[in-house]
Design a binder for this molecule. Sequence first.
Ligand SMILES: *Cc1c(COP(=O)(O)O)cnc(C)c1O
Length: 367
Amino acid sequence: MKTPIYICEEELLEKNLQILNKVQQQAGCKVLVALKGFALWASFDLLEKYLSGATCSGLWEAKLANMKNWEVHTYSPAYKDDEIDEIAQISDKVIFNSFSQLQRYQNRVKSKAKIGIRINPEVSSSPVALYDPCGVYSRMGVTIDNFQEDLLENVSGLHFHALCEQDSKALIKVLEGVESKFGKYLYQMEWVNFGGGHHITRSDYDVDELIEIIKRFKAKYDVEVILEPGEAVGWQTGYLVSEVLDIVENGMKIAILDTSAEAHMPDVLAMPYRPEVRGAGKPNQKRYTYRLGGNTCLSGDIIGDYSFDEELKVGDHIIFEDMIHYTMVKNTHFNGVRMPSIGYKRKNGKLWIVREFHFEDYKNRLS
Ligand SMILES: *Cc1c(COP(=O)(O)O)cnc(C)c1O
């Protein structure tokens, strides 16, 4: 197998989709995949069997979603004049981030798509400021102080997104903020979108509580409820296989790989977090400890320190777990490093190499 390569396993993906579909069925809501976090379109036929549609951050994601016959919801922090007509054409719902954007474009959207407004409940819940849409001076959504109830004529839904890898208890807190601030507007809406960040497919997530929360909300306000998780779709559905290229010494042993945290696992540096490596332990937990580093010239392109039962050798494979969401969608060609290939392992065990990257992919981006 040519490395580096991401391998998404259809069987694991289907398990997640079944959990998300259970939420749809039992709560009577819609679940959309957030393409921002997971856009492996080789798997869209499978997604289409279980989910209601896709949520998109703008024109290109909406066009990708439009390859399938499912619902397309689009939200962007701001739309461009030369894109809004096409977005309205291919979206079922268009969500505005502000009343000024609503006023600018509502007449070009209202006959083609339903219109929503993103609200900011100002309940900070995300564990990391980088991923907190409710922090001080956040540009994401309208706060209650800036809410213009006189401009709701064409608005049929409200949208909030305030969570990041969180459980149903965090959703309860956010909903308290939403209801206490925006409660009176909820009664006049047709639909409410609860955003993403729900870690529904994590093994300790309380799916039954989520279902109860949605049922209660629907009954109280008589609205359709929509969830749009990205991470929960791709959560633990595959891995990134890399190869050891060299081992150097500087106070400790350092293995240099044919992959990069900066270019191929960007959340390792942005969040930051330490991904699991198959068969490895914490530093010094097993006999041989190594720092794993990437093949770019960024000094901080370090994935982390890990220990192994056996000494690493050049040519060994290192497998990073849970590398399907927020990787391919964020990758760069920094340093001209080859992007990992994309593989999809079918339920029958066959590995489909969906995509390999070549020099032309790098060259064509640059002039
Ligand atoms: C990022 C985002 C999502 C998906 O979030 P996950 O954490 O991947 O579930 C959904 N909706 C909006 C508006 C987002 O910005």
